[in-house]
Ligand binder design. Sequence first.
Ligand code: GLN
Length: 249
Amino acid sequence: MRIRVGHLYPDYLNIYADRGNIAVLDRRAAWRGHELEVTAVGMGDSVDPAAHDLLYVGGGQDREQALVAHDIAIKGDALREAAAAGVAMLAVCGGYQLLGRFYRDRSGAELPGAGVLPLETHAGDRRMIGDVLLECELELGERRTLAGFENHAGRTLLDDGAEALGRLISGFGNDGSSGFEGCRVGRVVGTYLHGPLLPRNPWLADWVLAQAIAHQAGEAPVFEPLGDELEAQAHSVAAARAKARGGRA
Ligand code: GLN
């Protein structure tokens, strides 16, 4: 299958090698006989809600977020329509913040977001930096851990009743106090985890790919497991670093 991926603002929102997540999706799709077709969706580009199976957006400093915020807000209707139609989305850090209602940055400026995720973010004085480990249950009964790296000033507040991506084992996560990280609405996942995220968490890469295929084919495939020895090592090294950090926050 040709999996249609829209990469939002690849030239503005791409720190900590976040674009590496696309490379992982591309390889893991190819190893299963699928082809990833990646299209850049940038400033001034319109979003056709029916043109993509997966939308991806990486992280960025306040300066880059300030440059793209008004443009992603204009894309808000189309992005919300895409999410409602079952398009999968993966958003990292600054991109995650801009999928919410707004990000109030360190200068106090309120940067509008796309309003896809039920959350808002306010920058604090102290940056939240370090290795993170969380436990997720994206599929009922399937508990998995996610390991990555966070570096953000933003404190993200989920609306009441909103679903977090996971429960923190170690790290600051959304706001340094709630004990949760990220947000998930159906096939849309937002997280603070850089690294890049997917090389050390191949199960999430496969989950995202399966959701993208489900958008096109109606049903999520069950992939044959790949060896993933190196990925498992990378995960356990990152998880050990996060645990060594000791508890939450
Ligand atoms: N600029 C945002 C913050 O500081 C996001 C940072 C990032 O993407 N790493 O919170």
